[in-house]
Structure formats: C-alpha cells, structure tokens
Design a protein around this ligand. Structure first.
Ligand SMILES: Cc1cc2nc3c(=O)[nH]c(=O)nc-3n(C[C@H](O)[C@H](O)[C@H](O)COP(=O)(O)OP(=O)(O)OC[C@H]3O[C@@H](n4cnc5c(N)ncnc54)[C@H](O)[C@@H]3O)c2cc1C
Length: 436
C-alpha cells in the first residue's frame, strides 16, 4: 500500500490507547544501532510498548557479530571498531557492555613494504628511504602538495595535502576499487576522513574512547533489548506487519528510498562481498587490518583476533571485495545523489508519525557512535511528542473491529515460528560462548 494512503481520510478509525488495544506505541524498523537505541530508550525511560522488526535473522544490524564454526568471534558484515569522542555515547553504551581497550592499527601494502596508514612520519621515511624529522616532514609534504584553488573532489583533497605521488600510491587505486569511481568523480568528503600525520602516531583513530564490547556487539544488543516492554520480530519485513499490528509512531531505520517506493529513483549504494577464512594458525598478520591499495581485487584483510583479543589456536580473517550489487553499505557521496536524497527528505519531513533515523534512513556515512548520538537526539525530541499524545494509530488495511481483540502476543504467536523470537533472558549468551 502506498505510504501516502496511511494518512488518507476515511482510513482513520477511532483512536484507542495502545495498552488497551494490545498494540504498540512504537514500531521500530531495524534492530541495528539506530533502532535498538531508540527501542531501549522509549521502553526504559517512557514505559512505552515497542515492537522492533528486522528483516534479517539477527539483531545488531551491520554491527552484528557471531561465533564461526571454529568458535572464533567474527563480524559477518566486516570489521567494526568502536571509537568515539563523545562521553555521552560511551557512557550510554557502557550500561550494556564492559569494554576491552583496543587501538586499531592499519598497514598498507605499497611498493613491497607494509607501511603505517594513515600516512605518518614512518610511512614517508620508509617509503622514500629518508630520515626526516616531524618539522622536515611538514616541509616535505608542503613541497609535494599541489596548489588547488577550490577543493571539490577526493582527488583535489589528497593531492592538495600530500601531492600526487603519495596520492597515486596510497589513495587513487584504493578509492577506485572501493567506490568503482575515480577519486576525481567523488566528493572531497570521502578522503577528508583520512588524516596525514607528521609524527609517529600509528593508531588508525585518535578518539578519546577506543574500545570493543568485551563480550561482543551482539551480546551488547541483547542487553539493550532485554526489556519486558520490547518485543522482537526477526526475519520480517515491516511491510508484512505494519497494517496488521496497531502502532502510533514508527521509527524507520531502513533505506529511505525504499520507504517511499523509489518514487524519486534509487539512491545508489556501494556494497561489499565478504570472504571469511578460518586458518589453522594462531596469527595471520601483524596488525588488525592490512590495506591492499594497488594489488588484488580485495581492498583489505582484517584479522578478528586483534580486535576481539580472543585467545584461540586458530584465526579468522575477512577479505573485502567492493561491488555494486548486494546489501546497501556505503551511500555514494556525489552531488546528484544528495539532490535525490533531498527530495526524499522533504517527503519524510511531512510525516509526523514516522522518524527516519540511522545510516540508511538519512543516507549518510555515519560511524556507530554517530548513529548512537543521532538516536539519542531523536529520543529527546520524541520524548515530548510521544508522552503528549496518548493515542494509538490504528492499523490501516484491517478493520478496527478485527483489531479490537488482537493483542501483540496473539499476532506474534500467529506468526510462523521462524519469524518471531523473544530475546533470551539476560545472562544467556546468543552463541553459547564468549570472547575472552
Ligand atoms: C564494512 C563496514 C565497516 C564498518 N566499520 C565501522 C567501524 O569500524 N566503526 C564504526 O563506528 N562504524 C563502522 N561502520 C558503520 C556502522 O556499520 C554503522 O554506523 C551502523 O551499523 C549503522 O547502524 P544503523 O542502525 O543506522 O543501520 P544498520 O546497522 O544497517 O541497521 C538497519 C537495519 O534495518 C533493517 N531493515 C532495513 N530495511 C528493513 C525492512 N524493510 N524491514 C525490516 N528491517 C529492515 C536491516 O536489516 C538492518 O538490520 C561500518 C560499516 C560497514 C558497511
């Protein structure tokens, strides 16, 4: 049913309080960071009844982790390293997990050497066989940098900072593989994320808080969602149930173009194919991630044991192959895409009973901490709105009478067993084992 018809006159049945009808105050679409934070806040702080639905068979969205057949904790959707400068975000998540301090390190395979990435003093000295000091490196980069009047593209961004040789060796081919586009065709913001350092700091991130959830992300999500007011429905597209179950507000964290039935066209995403390999050895590589900018079809290899700290006789690595088809991972930052997104955003702004939150719903490359911050900000806004309006939006497409007697439990019970799952009691682990 087209979204616009939800608000169409004639379909609005008498409003009833959510609790009395057995419906939900909030339908949350997506059990990733955006959806789970909002579900947890709305249930624990406002006492609202929340149904969280995900079309995947697990919680955690792209941050989901699980144990592979060998018992190694892996990230099926690619390596997720937590880092933030926000004390609020870190404190909030600390309610649901203990942390293992971890500072990510990345090496890039260039000209037959493994060199620190982001580019630092050691990278330059080893690459060119020099022994520059920090000050000399600044002068060296300034002499290599090209003067560019208006920095518009990713190429401009890098070349204007470090010059063409470092750009060609470290950035150009990596970006082409990652995005399927030349850096000259991509927004400057893509490479603005990668700093250059004139010191020997080899950490990939410099944020105040850098740590991994000690028992993994999925365990943290389980704890967030283990509230009696939260019901979870997996393996279910929200469109299968949005008209069957009463709710009065929707938190939507899926792709915004899909919500509006692609009426302004598809927003392009870059995807990844992950090749997970378990190896009969304790260690595969020196650091968490090694980038391969110039060779092979994959961009990088990550060894999970660096991230998780797990002690195990074997090890598990993931190769990332960028591609166009597949799950939507990276919004493609180009002006024409921003324009299409603006059209969707205008429509979204008109819907007072739906909040669009998270990476896919706002078509932005956000890290996990940014999504948590966005969800906490959305909660603050919704707090006033939802407690002020005590009425329930009736399900459309089903008669008010049919819904009168239905309870959430009944609807969930009616769903096929594989489409519903209550959360395990707090204290149980999803996979029966935890990372050490
Ligand atoms: C390869 C990769 C590596 C990353 N590494 C890092 C990192 O190291 N550090 C970091 O901070 N961030 C990292 N990120 C970013 C991080 O994954 C995101 O910030 C975060 O997962 C976004 O959370 P979200 O809730 O917005 O979206 P998601 O995690 O994508 O959750 C959205 C959920 O909505 C569900 N959904 C969509 N449509 C429907 C529908 N119709 N019905 C029901 N459910 C639906 C999806 O199944 C999904 O589970 C990485 C991302 C990728 C792709």
């Amino acid at each position: 049913m087209p979204v616009g018809s939800i608000n169409a006159p004639g379909l609005v049945a008498p409003l009833r309080p959510a609790a009395a009808s057995g419906g939900f105050d909030v339908l949350v679409v997506g059990a990733g960071f955006a959806g789970s934070v909002l579900a947890e806040r709305l249930a624990s702080q406002l006492g609202l009844r929340v149904l969280i639905v995900d079309k995947r068979t697990h919680i955690g969205g792209n941050a989901h982790d699980r144990y592979d057949d060998a018992g190694l904790l892996i990230h099926p959707y690619g390596p997720h390293i937590f880092h933030t400068n926000s004390a609020d975000v870190f404190d909030y998540l600390s309610q649901f997990t203990e942390w293992r301090p971890y500072q990510h390190r990345v090496l890039a395979s260039v000209d037959g050497q493994l060199l620190p990435m982001p580019i630092n003093l050691d990278t330059v000295n080893r690459l060119y066989g020099m022994s520059l000091t920090a000050l000399q490196m600044e002068e060296f980069l300034a002499s290599m940098a090209e003067k560019i009047e208006r920095v518009k593209t990713s190429e401009d961004m890098v070349v204007s900072k470090v010059g063409r040789d470092l750009y060609n060796k470290f950035f150009r081919n990596y970006t082409r593989k990652q995005w399927g586009l030349d850096p000259s065709e991509l927004d400057a913001s893509v490479t603005a994320r990668v700093p250059t350092r004139c010191n020997r700091d080899a950490r990939y991130f410099t944020d105040t808080y850098q740590a991994m959830p000690r028992a993994g992300y999925t365990r943290m999500f389980e704890r967030m969602l283990a509230h009696p007011n939260i019901k979870l429905m997996l393996n279910t597209d929200y469109r299968e149930i949005e008209h069957l179950i009463p709710w009065r507000h929707m938190v939507y964290t899926g792709p915004i173009d899909s919500y509006f039935h692609y009426r302004h066209g598809r927003l392009p995403y870059r995807s990844l194919r992950f090749e997970h390999v378990t190896l009969p050895q304790e260690r595969f590589q020196e650091v968490g991630t090694v980038n391969y900018p110039n060779d092979y079809a994959y961009t990088r290899i990550t060894e999970f044991k660096h991230l998780t700290g797990q002690a195990h006789a074997q090890t598990s690595v993931v190769y990332e192959y960028p591609c166009d088809e597949g799950d939507p991972y990276y919004p493609v930052p180009r002006p024409q895409n921003a324009e299409v997104y603006r059209l969707y955003q205008e429509e979204a702004d008109k819907l007072s009973n739906v909040s669009f939150v998270g990476r896919l719903a706002t078509y932005k490359y956000y890290n996990m901490d940014q999504v948590v911050a966005q969800a906490l900000a959305t909660f603050k806004r919704l707090k006033g709105e939802l407690s002020a309006n005590e009425t329930l939006r009736p399900a459309t497409g089903a008669s008010a009478t049919a819904l009168e007697g239905s309870t959430a439990a009944a609807v969930l019970a009616a769903a096929p067993a594989r489409t519903r799952r209550e959360l395990p009691a707090s204290g149980a682990t999803l996979n029966g084992t935890t990372a050490s």
